[in-house]
Each structure stands twice: as C-alpha cells, then as structure tokens.
Design a protein around this ligand. Structure first.
Ligand SMILES: Cc1cc2nc3c(=O)[nH]c(=O)nc-3n(C[C@H](O)[C@H](O)[C@H](O)COP(=O)(O)OP(=O)(O)OC[C@H]3O[C@@H](n4cnc5c(N)ncnc54)[C@H](O)[C@@H]3O)c2cc1C
Length: 396
C-alpha cells in the first residue's frame, strides 16, 4: 500500500529532455486532425493525447460569503478570510468537510450534511459514530469563542489553516440541505436557510459538496459515463477515440473493467496511479512495469479528525448491492489502550472483502493480503478481530 505525498515542484526542475511545457489553456481538441487548440491562439499536434483536466467542484451559489474549495488558491482564500470569522457554515460530507471540521478551531462551526451520519462517502454508521466521538474530544457548547484558531492536522492543505486554541464549537445539522442563502443587513453577512427549517447566520459559508469531471468542453465523440459525465476509459486508460487516453478525476473507468475489490473514487492516490498507468500504456511498456496491478484492490490511506484512516477493498459494501444480505457479515472492535483504535471488517461468504482501520492498528498489510488471497475465514467468526489473534498466522 502506498502513501501519497503531494509535493509542489517547479516545472523547470523536471528532468526529462523530451519534455516541453506550454503554459496555456486548451480551448478545444480536434481528434480527427489530432490537433489541440490553445486559448492564446496557438495549437499543437499529437500522435497520442492524454486528457487529465481533473474535476470542477459543484457549487452552492454565487455569493460573496461563499468559498468553494477546489485548489490551493481557494484554500488560500479561505485562510485569508478566517481571521474575521466568528461563525462558519461548512456544507458537505466528504473528505474535505471531514478534514476541515477538525482543523477549524476557535470559532463556531455549523456542519451541514445531507446524510444521517458524518463522512457518508467513506464510512458506515459504526465508523462514523466512532470518529464523531473522537471529534467530540474538546467539544464545547456552541458559543462565540473569539477569533483565534486551533491546530491544523492532516495533509498539507489543512496545515495551511492558522493554529490556536484547540476547543471546538460544532453544531451538526444532519439529514438536510441548504435551501437558500439570504443576504442579511443584521449581525451576519449571510444567513443559511436549511431544508429542516433551521437558519444559521454566518460570516462565511464553505462549500465542499463534491466534484464533477471537467469534461463538458471536450469533443462529443469521446464517450461519457451516463452516471457522472466522466470520459469513459478501459483498464488501459484508453478512451473510445483512437489515440486519446484520459486519467484522474476527468475519467470514469468502465464498470465492465473493474476488478472485484477495486472501485473508483476521485482521490489523489487514484489520479496518480491512473496517470502513471496511462503513461505506461501510451508508451507501450505497461506489461514490463506491471502497473495494471493498481486496479486490483481499492486502498486509501488518509487522516480524518487527526487519526490515521485506512480504507481497504469494498469496505463499505461498495458494488455488493446485488449480494444477498444473509451472505454478508461484518464485525467491528474498538480498543482504548494503548491508543484508541477502530477496526471494522466486511466478509462475503466467509471471505474478507473490505476493512476500515482507524488509528495505529498495524493491520493494513495483513488485511490487504487476506482480501487478495480470498481465504475462507468463516471458522474465525468475530475472533478474527481478537487483538490477541496473530493475523499473520492465518496464512500458515
Ligand atoms: C480542497 C481539496 C482537498 C482534497 N483532499 C484530498 C485528500 O486529502 N486526499 C485525496 O486523495 N484527494 C484529495 N482531494 C482530491 C484530489 O485533489 C483529486 O482527486 C486529484 O487532484 C485529481 O487529480 P487530477 O490530476 O485528475 O486533477 P487536478 O489535480 O484537478 O488537475 C487538473 C489540472 O488540469 C488543469 N486544467 C483543467 N482544464 C484545463 C484546460 N482546458 N487546459 C489546460 N489545463 C487545464 C487544471 O488547472 C489543473 O491544474 C482533494 C481535493 C480538494 C479540492
């Protein structure tokens, strides 16, 4: 399992003699002439093209008090506006919201999520409840707490947030959405009206409600996914058009190409793997490098609410909707010492198909192998999670 590190580097530092970098925007692609038209009027031809234009964030509304997070510039904008913020309304329930809610300290936070539990994209209710209880450490009754901020944690983007006292004041609004934003003349520059009838005045609204592939502007002959509009690719990252590949958030891997324990999620780790794999298949060296293996098992390592989180395989029952419930069983355990950890596994007909590991469990490698090996573990039952069980010995 690889840990993703995102490092900004100057383009001139890339050590490839055959690389020419054009700082411009692609305005259009002509797949017949194999030509790319640039915004400044220039153009270039290609033999093989890979589209990696990412995704665009879904937006709540155009409003001076709304920041939609999409890149380092919008994170910088958020950071620059925080010093004057007394109360922030955070809208969204994915990875960005989970990280932000922990990093935003020393101010009132109202967290609006349309699901019944936090982190719906990542966790079932058990794991979400565990994380929420961890988040509640240092939780205080909502009250205006001044204008300084708590420790930032997690990947680099949240570490840009200012630090200060660690107490939190969070109100969670579940099972609802933002109905509308009202510009106030009173205490708050904006009031957020929710579909559950509640209203919250705020200095700032942060929008993190997901992304859509940045594919609308691409030529129509590139086949798209009916589900999310992404450019459809096969397991070699090839699109439906000869000579054109796509990788990262802009693409959607055809469902017929998916391996049992892998599914697509728009993450750095997958974008990086897809980019490398596309490069290898474009250059015709994928077999030598064996990069196709990356699609065998979904694996994501991250930090939420300050804790290490490892997500493996179909950890949340992804792509198992058609399986009879009676064939599936899940076990979970919480340990308090020496460090608080949470482990939840999902088995299908006795075989491990997914796991959620929160905290320093040291189980990721063993569970990764158990999923890939497909060993029948039915005889273990809940004892599979017994802290005294030497999981490595199962392979013997
Ligand atoms: C605030 C935030 C936090 C995140 N945190 C995490 C995290 O903790 N872990 C994680 O795994 N993922 C995280 N993600 C998701 C992750 O950033 C994406 O999955 C990943 O960056 C996708 O990589 P990509 O190369 O496909 O697209 P991008 O990184 O979006 O890159 C696309 C590039 O294409 C350029 N582009 C677009 N259109 C054109 C055009 N017409 N011409 C020229 N250039 C163009 C864009 O300017 C951009 O530079 C986060 C995302 C956000 C917004």
């Amino acid at each position: 399992m690889t840990h993703a590190a995102v490092v900004e580097r100057d383009l001139s530092s890339l050590p490839f003699a055959n690389l020419e970098v054009l700082i411009d925007e692609v305005a259009a692609i002509d797949t017949l002439q194999k030509r790319v038209h640039l915004k400044n009027g220039g153009e270039c031809t290609y033999d093989r093209l890979c589209i990696c234009t990412g995704a665009v964030p879904k937006s709540l509304a155009e409003h001076a008090s709304v920041v939609t997070l999409r890149d380092s510039t919008t994170v910088e904008e958020l950071v620059s506006r925080l010093p004057s913020v007394r109360r922030i309304v955070l809208v969204g329930n994915g990875g960005i919201a989970l990280e932000l809610v922990h990093a935003l300290q020393g101010m009132q936070v109202v967290w609006v999520a349309r699901h019944s539990h936090i982190g719906d994209a990542f966790f079932d209710r058990d794991a979400a409840d565990y994380l929420l209880s961890e988040l509640k450490t240092g939780w205080i009754t909502p009250d205006i707490q001044g204008r300084s901020f708590g420790n930032a944690v997690g990947p680099r983007w949240t570490s840009a947030l200012p630090s200060g006292p660690s107490e939190r004041s969070i109100t969670v609004e579940n099972d609802c959405e933002v109905e509308r934003l009202v510009t106030d003349r009173g205490d708050w520059p904006v009031t957020v009206k929710l579909t559950n009838g509640h209203s919250h005045g705020a200095d700032l609204v942060v929008c993190a409600i997901g992304v859509a592939p940045n594919a609308d502007w691409l030529p129509q002959e590139l086949e798209r996914s009916e589900d999310d509009g992404g450019v459809l690719v096969n397991r070699d990252m090839k699109t439906s058009v000869e000579g054109v590949w796509a990788a990262g958030d802009v693409c959607t891997v055809r469902s017929s190409e998916l391996q049992p324990h892998w599914f697509q999620m728009r993450l750095w780790t997958q974008a990086r793997q897809m980019g490398a794999h596309a490069a290898h298949t474009m250059a015709g060296v994928a077999e030598e490098t064996g990069s196709g293996f990356t699609f065998e098992l979904f694996a994501h390592v991250t930090r939420f609410v300050g804790k290490k989180v490892v997500l493996l395989g179909q950890y949340n029952g992804q792509r198992l909707e058609h399986e009879p419930e009676s064939d599936m069983v899940s076990y979970s355990r919480i340990t308090e010492a020496p460090e608080s950890t949470f482990v939840r596994v999902l088995l299908l007909r006795g075989r491990l198909v997914g796991a959620v590991l929160i905290g320093e469990t040291n189980l990721e490698e063993a569970f990764e192998n158990l999923i890939l090996d497909g060993l029948d573990l039915s005889t273990y039952g809940p004892a599979l999670l017994d802290p005294d069980l030497e999981v490595d010995h199962i392979f013997d």
